[in-house]
Design a protein around this ligand. Structure first.
Ligand SMILES: [Fe+2]
Ligand SMILES: [Fe+2]
Length: 134
């Protein structure tokens, strides 16, 4: 069973962005699988690192695109990204210092944040960008 089932309702109508979002979903699902299987901590840590790195790459890609298309709410969008990166870094160090484990609670937080951000904030910019590509 997967934690997140990708469906078309998460599509923002921009192929490259959808691919990257699906990439993030795959990594979160992978974390869920490894957690369920009780895999070793270093394996979970590797995947968590991968999630953080890929999230940064994705955010940078989006922000460059939003700048290019002169999206008026870029500042607010970037702030949402930064807040999430901070949260990921905090979780990573708490995990590394044995203060938390990768639990269902943590994974549900990641899942909810990602899906809500896609459905609300990313869909909002996609309306703006698609006007140029119509
Ligand atoms: Fe996104
Ligand atoms: Fe975003």
């Amino acid at each position: 069973m997967e934690l997140i089932q990708w469906t078309d309702k998460y599509s923002v109508g921009i192929k490259e962005i959808d691919n990257q979002h699906q990439g993030l979903v795959i990594i979160i699902n992978e974390l869920f699988t490894y957690m369920s299987e009780g895999r070793a901590k270093d394996k979970l840590h590797d995947i968590f690192n991968h999630l953080t790195d890929y999230t940064k790459i994705h955010f940078r890609f989006e922000e460059t695109m939003l700048f290019k298309y002169a999206y008026s709410e870029i500042g607010q969008h970037k702030a949402e990204h930064q807040k999430f990166i901070k949260k990921l870094e905090d979780l990573k160090s708490e995990f590394l210092n044995n203060k938390i484990t990768i639990s269902l609670e943590v994974l549900n937080f990641l899942k909810d944040w990602l899906l809500n951000h896609i459905l609300i904030s990313d869909k909002k910019y996609s309306v703006h960008i698609q006007k140029f590509n119509a």
